[in-house]
Design a protein around this ligand. Sequence first.
Ligand code: MG
Length: 380
Amino acid sequence: MQTGPTIALIVAAGTGVRSGSSLPKQFAPIAGRAMIAHAHAALAGHPGIDRVLVVIGAGQEALLRATVGEVEFVIGGATRRESVAAGLAAIGDAGRVLIHDAARPFLPGAVIERLLAALDNAPGAVPVLPVADTLAMGGAALGDVVPRDRLFRVQTPQAFAAGAIRDAHASWDATAEATDDAQMLRAIGLDVVMVEGDSMLEKITFPADFAATEARMLPTLVSRSATGYDVHRLEAGEELWLGGVLIPHDRGLSGHSDADVALHAITDALLGTIGAGDIGTHFPPSDPQWRGAESGQFLRHAASLVRAEGGIIDFVDLTLICEAPKIGPHRAAMRARVGALLEIAERQVSIKATTSERLGFTGRQEGIAAQAICTVRVPA
Ligand code: MG
């Protein structure tokens, strides 16, 4: 049994030329978010993993930030082996290391558990699946069938005692390339045990793989909708923030944060889709740190909670209820801002407005009300 933290390395330094996209494939969207974000969430959210470090290519920092957020990373090398070595050098003290390819975005927690359990009795463990297809040699014509009963498809993450995999990398002949880290461990005479892999872990390489993987993934998701409602008082001397946009007006909304009634309603709707309470649960108005706070951070937090559950945000529809200001001139800016905060397209955001025919508190222009509905897909 190894002592020290268990650290996951996600190798994501490739340029992804075979995927047919100018965007490196690990940053391309699949099932609603960047490929690398799925693997990162699976590892970061697993109780057996203490820390996750992403190895990216030089110049991919902004792509990582835009797709996964502010996460720990290191710049890799020219080959996969060099990228793993850069990650191993960066992690410092470690007991166990899991090395995972970003091109395998859907990582079941059960695979992580099997790997960690196997490390109790071995310095290395890999997930494998049997080969189902007939395998044959071939050249100009079909040759002999290769018996497949002792052949396995090797997946990632590959799990190692940290000291053992560091030794394997240090001893490796740098003029040769390794297929994977497990072969490097075997090259220094250490055993790698096999645990059961998972078909969800199939590697995504070609354009057709994206659609096939999404088709395998998406039927397990169910649609949920939830609503949110909020009101803030209009007062002189306040700024008017609506939908993350500063709107010129003779009065503004007052409240503990920036009082953006639109973003608050959307935040509550989003929290509702995963039963995660309401905005006051997460950002209590009694807490002085939220005084004057920019409400975009509340919305980003709600979106991150939905995504941490494996959810996909499909649509947001917002209705603002006020006599003034006119919302129409600011609609496009609000859609863009809400879309950016939620990391979804503008066409997935609808902004509407109505008056209450001068009736009630909105009619008397004492305040502005907002109601929102969010639709997401989450694992069943
Ligand atoms: Mg509010």
